[in-house]
Design a protein around this ligand. Structure first.
Ligand code: SF4
Length: 497
């Protein structure tokens, strides 16, 4: 349990000065954010200080990162205990930030004196980029995303096989009504803490999303992420389809693919079929806008794929022509044979060989998931908690002399000015995020560097403590997540490359 210095008390209430709200807290009560409490006159950080451990009993190798329930608690066995890394989760915040960060810990790593500056930063400028693996239409680009009727973000440009949301940001947190700020802050914190959040897109879908889980769109759980766009799917499976059918149409809101016209079909000598597609032809065998975006076949509105076909060209098509129509996930498919009038007739029986190819398309789809990346800018004041000359910290990060992590997870630092970080919340310890009612998000951030570099950039040397002193206060110990690796590894640093 981390104790905070109490600087003033009135009528038995102690004042928390960890954020601009400056709560007075009675004994046994917590402050407005529930992060700090008064315990017998002492101001304590309620959530446990969390350390990561490189487990010595696994030969120093990283171990799998499981859910909280699955995480192994540290056995307390000093012989096998590995090197600790003090994360900022539960470390506390200092305000205003000219004060040194709550923990500035030193330890030797491979014979080098290192220092990690640990703080829970207050981020007014922050948000989350949410990737939803689905082709289904969730709403028009730039449409507002609402929680409890309040705008908390918007639909942004889609990525390959995924729809994207931008949630939070300073305009929703502080630029709208008080309720908008409060709801945005709460939704953002819950998303980042890997909790489920229900949302409604203006002119679009009802979403129920949780990081690391399949998205639920209009009440239906998405299971598969498409194997590729319609054109890519034709390219991937053309060889298999060649001997089974005369034509294949892969229905896709993005690019609908047509085997006989596609370059893959040409190279495999597949004969023209006289098929006509209602859509905008991009290049041979690749069509845009065959239908409106929706939640039907291939992320379109259609439920009957024949709706995207015109009449077959009677000079080329022939009765008995075999055609497979399939969506990009293989969830929808139909096998048709042209009758005497060149009208496609749906066959109730799918030949086993074709069924196999449909299954291969489905098998090649990855599980549809929701991914949440927290994005925040470490402001000038947060950096002042690290060094008395904040711009030197920025330079040190850009020069790869300082490694930035969030809860021990590697943070991608954006190029350009400032320290704008982006981190996958799935790699962070659970409940890493909090809030203050200003409103702003509280997120853990650690800066690790050589002690000599820290001194050179004007660090708060007087506040450096040995790591053991911080570890004494830790109440939660978790193994280093396998996917994020050891935060102090030399490859993070220019000098270790
Ligand atoms: S809101 Fe939380 S951090 Fe801010 S002063 Fe109150 S208890 Fe402290």
């Amino acid at each position: 349990m981390v104790k905070q210095q109490v600087e003033s008390a009135v009528n038995g209430k102690i004042r928390c000065d960890a954020c601009p709200v400056m709560c007075y807290i009675s004994d046994g009560k917590s402050g407005a954010c529930d992060r700090y409490a008064n315990l017998g006159g002492e101001l304590i950080r309620v959530d446990p200080l969390t350390i990561l451990e490189q487990r010595a009993d696994t030969g120093g190798a990283v171990v799998a990162f499981l859910t909280d329930e699955g995480q192994e608690e540290w056995s307390g066995d000093l012989v096998h205990a590995g090197t600790p890394f003090v994360t900022a989760v539960g470390a506390g915040t200092t305000y205003p930030d000219y004060k040194p960060a709550p923990f500035i810990v030193s330890q030797k790593q491979n014979g080098i004196d290192m220092v990690t500056v640990v703080t829970e930063g207050i981020f007014s400028y922050c948000g989350a980029k949410v990737k939803i693996d689905t082709d289904r239409f969730i709403g028009p680009e730039t449409a507002l995303v609402r929680v409890d009727g309040e705008p908390v973000g918007h639909v942004t440009t889609g990525e390959y096989g995924s729809q994207m949301l931008s949630i939070g940001g300073v305009h929703h947190l502080t630029g709208g009504s008080k309720k908008e700020g409060r709801v945005t802050c709460d939704a953002l914190m819950r998303l980042c803490n890997r909790e489920r959040v229900d949302m409604q897109v203006d002119g679009g879908a009802a979403l129920s999303i949780e990081a690391g889980c399949p998205p639920v769109i209009n009440g239906v759980e998405e299971s598969r992420m498409r194997v590729g766009c319609g054109s890519a799917t034709i390219g991937m499976f053309a060889r298999q389809w060649k001997s089974m059918v005369d034509e294949v149409v892969v229905v896709d809101d993005h690019i609908t693919g047509v085997l006989s016209e596609h370059q893959a079909g040409k190279l495999l000598d597949i004969a023209p079929t006289g098929i006509r597609i209602k859509g905008r032809r991009s290049t041979p065998g690749r069509y845009f806008q065959v239908a409106e975006p929706g939640t039907g076949w291939g992320g379109t509105t259609i439920s009957d794929p024949l709706a995207i076909l015109g009449d077959f060209d009677a000079k080329v098509a022939y009765p008995g022509l075999r055609m497979l129509m399939i969506s990009t996930t293989g969830e929808q498919y139909g096998y048709y044979i042209l009758d005497e009038q060149l009208v496609p007739r749906l066959q109730t029986e799918l030949p086993p060989a074709i069924r196999e190819t449909v299954e291969v398309v489905a098998e090649n789809c990855e599980p549809a998931l929701v991914s949440v990346l927290f994005v925040g800018g470490a402001g000038g004041s947060l950096r002042a908690g690290v060094t008395s000359n904040p711009v030197r910290l920025t330079r040190s990060v850009k020069e790869a002399l300082t490694h930035v992590s969030c809860g021990g997870a590697p943070a991608y630092v954006w190029p350009g000015g400032g320290i704008t970080v982006m981190v996958d919340v799935m790699q962070m310890p659970s409940n890493s995020f909090g809030y203050v009612p200003t409103p702003a998000i509280v997120a853990p951030i650690e800066f690790t560097m050589r002690l000599e570099d820290y001194r050179a950039l004007g660090g708060h040397m007087e506040a450096v403590i040995p790591v053991a002193q911080a570890v004494e206060q830790a109440e939660r110990r978790i193994p280093v997540p396998a996917q994020s690796g050891w935060p102090m590894a030399e490859h993070h640093f220019k000098w270790g490359a």
